[in-house]
Design a protein around this ligand. Structure first.
Ligand code: NCD
Length: 309
């Protein structure tokens, strides 16, 4: 297969396994490119990309921008504090702005689930979802799987536990879709109040005991507690959360094997993960960040090659 089955990257749920393999093979090539002294290729010289960030972001925004620039695309950036965004209203404004700017591709992060799908129906541009509320964050899941593949050789057949705030996490949902599609086994672990009731319908098992979950898995993906998405308390205190669901060196050393530790960032050091674990060789957190650029280059390149001009 030499092209994606989709014209937009709105979520992992719209992809098939061949799409993922194609993205990874393309990312392998771009990973080699970004490790050269000249980290740039002229592939997208005729493409204009708008990065629209209606929600705060550091690494995802930088990562997309770097990916676009390393492909030689023209890039425009727009960011707005999430508080000023009202559902629907701003998106329509956005649509009109984009249409008048003659943009080929839009990378968008938005607090409303489905914002990317909405845009894709109203704008004649290729849309990449960079996170839509608590729904999906497809490029994060792709770079996560790519990093597992790099460390363990393959994703299929691996046992992955996603730990923490599953309820508010777009990273969790996209990871579940991506991992299942590639034939990995997935479990989620966290306080019951942060595990959505529908989760088992996605083919995922629940394990509320962290030690048991870690004993079972090859990879643990530690999520941040998304305090900004919580209007009420979901657990008694941060201290209690850390005691039950945080990983530390002692806990990892009590296992009879060495597991791989992942984190999408930003890390709350000392809450879901201690510094000695985050900075250890067991953790592939910075590999995830580096791979993010290569994987996003692959996604943008493959989508751009489907744009009709
Ligand atoms: C995540 C996000 O924004 O969804 N971070 C990221 O993209 N690297 C996860 C988080 O904010 O905890």
């Amino acid at each position: 297969m030499s092209e994606l089955s989709v014209n937009h990257l709105l979520g992992i749920k719209y992809l098939n396994n061949d799409d993922i393999n194609l993205i990874f093979e393309t990312a392998d090539h771009f990973k080699e490119v970004i490790n050269r002294p000249i980290k740039k290729v002229p592939s997208l010289r005729d493409i204009t990309i708008a990065n629209l960030f209606f929600e705060n972001s550091t690494r995802t925004r930088l990562s997309f921008e770097l990916a676009e620039k390393r492909l030689s695309a023209d890039v425009v950036n727009f960011s707005a504090a999430s508080s000023s965004v009202k559902k629907g209203e701003t998106l329509i404004d956005t649509v009109n702005n984009i249409l008048s700017m003659k943009v080929d591709m839009v990378v968008m992060r938005h607090p409303n689930p489905g914002a990317g799908v909405f845009l894709s129906r109203h704008v004649d541009a290729s849309i990449v979802n960079a996170g839509d509320g608590a729904h999906e964050h497809p490029t994060q899941a792709l770079l996560d799987s790519y990093s597992i593949r790099e460390r363990l050789g393959d994703v299929g057949g691996k046992k992955v536990v996603i730990v923490g705030d599953i309820l508010h996490s777009r990273v969790a949902l996209s990871n579940i879709f991506a991992l299942k599609l590639q034939g990995a086994e997935v479990r989620v672990c966290g306080p019951k109040t942060l595990l959505p009731t529908y989760i088992e319908k996605l083919g995922v098992k629940v394990e509320t005991n962290l030690k048991k979950a870690l004993e079972w898995c090859d990879v643990a993906n530690m999520l941040r507690v998304q305090n900004e998405r919580m209007e009420i308390s979901y657990f008694p205190s941060t201290r209690e959360y850390t005691q039950q669901f945080g990983v530390n060196k002692k806990l990892l050393e009590s296992l009879d094997k060495e597991i791989v530790i992942m984190h999408p960032g930003p890390i709350n050091r000392g809450v879901e993960i201690t510094s000695d674990v985050a900075d250890s060789d067991q953790a592939i957190i910075l590999d995830q960040v580096q791979n993010g650029v290569a994987v996003r280059m692959a996604v943008i390149y493959l989508l751009a090659s489907k744009i009709k001009r």
